[in-house]
Design a binder for this molecule. Structure first.
Ligand code: HEM
Length: 145
């Protein structure tokens, strides 16, 4: 059994699962935008759809995130070593979690539907923060680690 390949496989696959849920959410939020910002009267029904989706998505994203972190730490411990860039990567992942959670509490949770298109744009800011941080972590991984 090649443990390094197995850990790397789990690390990259769980990252892909986590990353994939973010993109799926972006498309879902984009699809719901006219319903959650319009005045057609069915915003409450679509709000329920959104919350059901978020509940399901969070479970998968959480599992992907935890597996990516656990396998990343094991890779550093047993194969790669605790280099400066591993610590930079850990710091960036922690920052990503803090920024996204902070923004959700501050800007997303207070939204009430239907809302204005301007207010709805906060969802896209959240994706910009999350995907921007993914880009930084991946840049460190492929060019510096
Ligand atoms: C605390 C969190 C993390 C730690 C400690 C960590 C650590 C590592 C280490 C040590 C490697 C090198 C494995 C080796 O070849 O021996 C690696 C590879 C990799 N990591 Fe992470 N990682 C973490 C989180 C992440 C996240 C969040 C992502 C995605 C955004 C990610 C994406 C990758 C990818 C794609 C590779 C494969 C690179 C390659 O094969 O050249 N990692 N990680």
């Amino acid at each position: 059994m090649n443990w390094h390949s197995l850990l790397l496989f789990l690390h990259v696959t769980s990252f892909a699962v986590w990353f994939g849920t973010i993109f799926a959410s972006l498309f879902f939020l984009r699809t719901l935008e006219p319903k959650l910002t319009g005045s057609s009267g069915d915003a409450q029904e679509y709000r329920t759809f959104l919350f059901t989706y978020i509940k399901l998505e969070t479970k998968v994203a959480d599992a992907g995130f935890k597996t990516a972190v656990a396998t990343g730490l094991l890779l550093a411990l047993f194969f790669h070593g605790w280099t400066l860039w591993v610590f930079v990567k850990i710091g960036l992942v922690a920052l990503q979690v803090a920024l996204t959670m902070g923004y959700i509490v501050k800007a997303i949770q207070p939204l009430a539907y239907p809302c204005s298109t301007d207010a709805y744009r906060k969802w896209y800011n959240l994706f910009a923060i999350s995907l921007g941080m993914f880009a930084l972590v991946l840049a460190v991984t492929f060019f510096l680690l």
